[in-house]
Design a protein around this ligand. Structure first.
Ligand code: ZN
Length: 282
């Protein structure tokens, strides 16, 4: 059964270290490296004629405007990802709305068209975020994990009680393109020492890509036109051994019955009634 693969790149650059209040020269330089890796990734995608979706914080768009425009000119989608990689749950309502509007304007001015999608920094929406997306006329979010290969409509956030059954909110117009930490390069590879925690990971790429390949094989076997969304960070995947592994994985996927697709194009097809990710085991 045929399916789709959405390659997504979160070009956090310096913003992700700002968010963690890691402001020393070395921490900031880890973010700078992301911008070094972007042209290499663009070249790789061009050689395979693959279009993808890039979630870019406003801080990165204003710090690297030429590079972000280059991504767009290469035919990739530019979507929103906060300003300085803020955790939206820690913001006051007016701060969140201000940031959403500001980033929407920054992206629109940069690329000359309205962005259509959003991914919350660190994949944590606030209870207000969906309202903001609808007010701005965005079509989709890509931060939730309520499915794997099927797009669905986000539901309004309802208060949760430990003494009552869960209440499912009413569906909104915002389409969810689900993600997963297991389909994200960051937790597989990066070492981060934070004030109260350590993310200690430096796995070999072979293990991650073997898992991702099996996810794809399962999707193609049991789902009609499923969508597999994977998340990369240029400052992570740009490192030599990971970059070579990405090349190999893309070349392996060229032999499968899939199409690489930008998220906005799939969401528009979904909104026109296209069925995506129907479970139909043989
Ligand atoms: Zn990010």
């Amino acid at each position: 059964m045929a399916g789709y693969v959405c390659l997504t790149f979160d070009f956090d650059a310096i913003s992700v270290w700002l968010q963690r209040n890691m402001l020393t020269m070395t921490a900031i330089s880890r973010g700078e490296y992301g911008a070094v890796a972007v042209p290499r990734i663009l070249h790789l995608l061009k050689t395979r004629n693959i279009k993808s979706t890039w979630f870019i914080p406003g801080h990165t768009m204003e710090t690297y405007p030429d590079l972000c425009l280059e991504i767009y000119k290469n035919g990739h989608e530019i979507a929103l990802h906060g300003y300085a990689h803020e955790n939206f749950n820690l913001l006051k309502p007016e701060e969140e709305w201000y940031i959403m509007q500001r980033c929407y304007d920054i992206a629109g001015e940069l690329i000359g068209e309205n962005p259509k999608g959003f991914r919350s920094p660190s994949w944590d929406l606030s209870s207000r975020t969906l309202d903001h997306l609808q007010k701005l006329g965005l079509l989709y979010d890509s931060s939730l994990m309520g499915n794997d290969f099927a797009l669905y409509h986000c539901r309004k956030h309802e208060p949760i009680s430990a003494t009552e059954p869960f209440s499912f909110g009413a569906p909104t117009k915002i389409v969810e393109v689900p993600v997963s930490w297991s389909l994200d390069d960051y937790p597989h590879f990066e070492f981060v020492r934070m004030p109260h925690a350590i993310m200690q990971s430096s796995h070999t790429p072979a293990m991650m890509y073997a898992n991702w390949y099996d996810d794809l094989k399962y999707m193609l076997r049991d789902f009609d036109e499923g969508v597999m969304t994977v998340t990369f960070h240029p400052q992570v995947t740009g490192r030599g051994h990971r970059f070579l592994a990405l090349e190999k994985w893309l070349d392996l996927l060229m032999h499968e019955e899939i199409r690489f697709c930008r998220i906005d194009q799939l969401v528009e097809a979904f909104n026109r009634g296209k069925k995506l990710g129907q479970h139909r085991p043989l």
